[in-house]
Design a protein around this ligand. Structure first.
Ligand SMILES: *[C@@H]1O[C@H](CO)[C@@H](O)[C@H](O)[C@H]1NC(C)=O
Ligand SMILES: *[C@@H]1O[C@H](CO)[C@@H](O)[C@H](O)[C@H]1NC(C)=O
Ligand SMILES: *[C@@H]1O[C@H](CO)[C@@H](O)[C@H](O)[C@H]1NC(C)=O
Ligand SMILES: *[C@@H]1O[C@H](CO)[C@@H](O)[C@H](O)[C@H]1NC(C)=O
Length: 365
């Protein structure tokens, strides 16, 4: 009994501490964002303790917690929902039951979770995919139909990558009609973009947390993590890539002010991680010729998001080479809203973004 009381007291203090971390004043639904940020911070804190005492790895704790929100494939009166596999990769299909007059559009959805967490089974994503199937009569199969590749957060990174790979492959060129990128991370070359600095302590994502998870995707060696936190992780021979992610060239003036461009420091790491220079992890690192062929693009950015500038740079570069981009910037928005549309963490912002995106799909797919 005494032990439980002690634990409970400890959690209350920790929660109070986390909930009073500052958040930007003009964030929409500030108390909910505060609570979500506090829950994430607490999880990170507990995860770090667990890891240090050798109980459980940080990412294992996060993965376990995210399974709480998993759903099963349940069909309803409008949609047949099936869990299956494509080449051994688990997928969930949403097939509208209603007959379609025209050729059906398709959406390929790639979930977020910093590359190491998450699943399409998460309730908020399941809701979103049902909604998409219902609203625009879209299915998630077939390759000779009108296809949009969509992803949020790290899923947005992968959506951007897949679209680049398909468009630059003669066998698949122009099979993809559109890509929709929801607040994605698009590079891991420079970890000190202005938004990375401004929002390093949140809300929602913190710089340390995101660097930790993305580094885990590359290696478990902590040396990379330490170097990336100092922005000293890129290999000597990578300087020619800087121009693709140079925020000083591509950010709108408004976001540049008070910031001075400093090049990431090269050659501090002995170990070599080819993933760091791979455009499949950092879609910003391709040249203009490769960008030119990209299809109609929809990007959602949120002002109060550490990853904001990744997208702003990508949008500038895409527009510069003539790619048509619809950009939805949410002034009071925070990262990850699409995945916070289920109790206990429900943000109206998530539904707002969903509706804007669905409208865009209806008009463009
Ligand atoms: C099925 O579609 C109808 C018409 O769009 C809608 O009113 C109903 O809520 C849908 N059912 C479910 C379970 O989503
Ligand atoms: C980054 O952009 C600024 C402004 O255009 C330029 O002065 C600087 O040389 C660029 N640095 C690199 C490494 O591309
Ligand atoms: C890198 O490797 C060299 C030679 O193997 C060694 O002398 C140096 O201390 C290493 N540097 C770091 C930062 O580990
Ligand atoms: C762009 O990159 C592709 C693939 O790496 C390469 O084949 C092509 O020559 C590059 N184009 C220019 C203009 O550098």
């Amino acid at each position: 009994m005494g032990y439980k009381t002690l634990c409970f007291g400890f959690f209350c203090i920790l929660f109070a501490y986390c909930i009073y971390s500052p958040i930007p004043e003009d964030v929409e639904e500030p108390w909910k964002v505060r609570i979500i940020s506090a829950m994430i911070k607490m999880t990170t804190f507990v995860g770090t303790i667990c890891e240090n005492i050798g109980l459980l790895k940080y990412e294992e704790l996060l993965a376990t917690l995210s399974t709480v929100h998993y759903t099963k494939a349940v069909s309803d009166e409008n949609i047949t929902v099936i869990d299956t596999k494509f080449s051994d990769i688990p997928v969930r299909l949403y097939l509208p039951k209603k007959k379609s007059e025209r050729q059906r559009p398709a959406v390929i959805f790639i979930h977020g979770g910093a590359f190491v967490l998450g699943s399409y089974k998460i309730a908020a994503y399941d809701d979103l995919n049902r909604w998409t199937a219902n609203k625009i009569g879209a299915v998630v199969v077939g390759i000779d139909t009108r296809i949009c590749i969509m992803g949020d957060s790290s899923g947005g990174t992968l959506a951007a990558t897949v679209t680049q790979l398909l468009q630059n492959d003669l066998n698949f060129k122009d099979k993809i009609k559109a890509q929709a990128l929801m607040y994605p991370g698009l590079q891991s070359l420079d970890t000190l973009l202005p938004s990375h600095q401004k929002y390093q302590h949140g809300p929602i994502l913190t710089r340390e947390m995101i660097i930790k998870l993305v580094c885990l995707y590359v290696t478990e060696d902590k040396v990379l993590l330490q170097a990336a936190l100092r922005n000293e992780h890129m290999p000597t021979e990578s300087r020619h890539l800087f121009k693709f992610a140079n925020w000083s060239d591509f950010l709108p003036e408004k976001y540049k002010k008070n910031h001075v461009y400093i090049e990431p420091v090269l050659g501090k790491l002995n170990a070599s991680y080819p993933a760091l220079v791979d455009s499949r992890l950092s879609p910003l690192l391709v040249n203009d010729t490769q960008l030119q062929s990209l299809p109609l693009t929809y990007v959602v950015t949120c002002e109060h998001d550490l990853l904001r500038d990744d997208s702003l740079i990508y949008i500038s570069r895409l527009r510069k080479v003539g790619v048509k981009v619809t950009h939805e910037h949410i002034e009071k928005g925070v990262h990850g809203a699409l995945s916070f549309t289920r109790a206990p963490v429900f943000l109206n912002l998530g539904l707002k973004i969903r509706d804007k995106y669905i409208n865009w799909l209806e008009e463009n797919l």
